[in-house]
Design a protein. Structure first.
Length: 131
């Protein structure tokens, strides 16, 4: 199991990002799981999740987890094409990238809102979502 993107299932920003990823993932290389899912609870090591504040995106590839800005950049790399242009972000030191990431993550509900329940995939997308 590779290329799994773990996201906050009640976050509107996260859900719209997942929608964009699905649209641009023409090779269908990504699987998705909400951080609130039973799958995430059993698959993701506890030290990577703060269950009180699910404020990070995680990307699992080749047996390794990436979080925050490293997750975003590795997802861009896996998408390829024009998304490779965003890899210029690696020129910015991680502490700076992650500071910007945390600013958005800490304000995501205030700026973008949230839903009452996690996303439920449509029938045509169910095979791409981990329960």
């Amino acid at each position: 199991m590779d290329n799994i993107i773990f996201f906050d299932g009640v976050c509107n920003l996260c859900n719209s990002s997942v929608n964009r990823l699905i649209k641009n993932d023409v090779k269908k290389v990504f699987k998705f799981a909400s951080l609130q899912s039973e799958f995430a609870k059993s698959f993701v090591p506890d030290h990577l999740l703060n269950y009180k504040n699910l404020d990070t995106i995680l990307f699992y590839k080749n047996g390794q987890f990436y979080d925050r800005s490293n997750a975003v950049l590795n997802i861009c790399k896996a998408l390829g094409g024009g998304f490779n242009l965003l890899l210029i972000g690696y020129l910015i030191p991680r502490f700076m990238r992650d500071s910007l990431y945390r600013l958005v993550a800490n304000n995501r509900y205030k700026w973008f809102g949230k839903t009452e329940q996690c996303r439920v995939p449509t029938d045509d997308l169910k095979e791409r979502f981990m329960d």
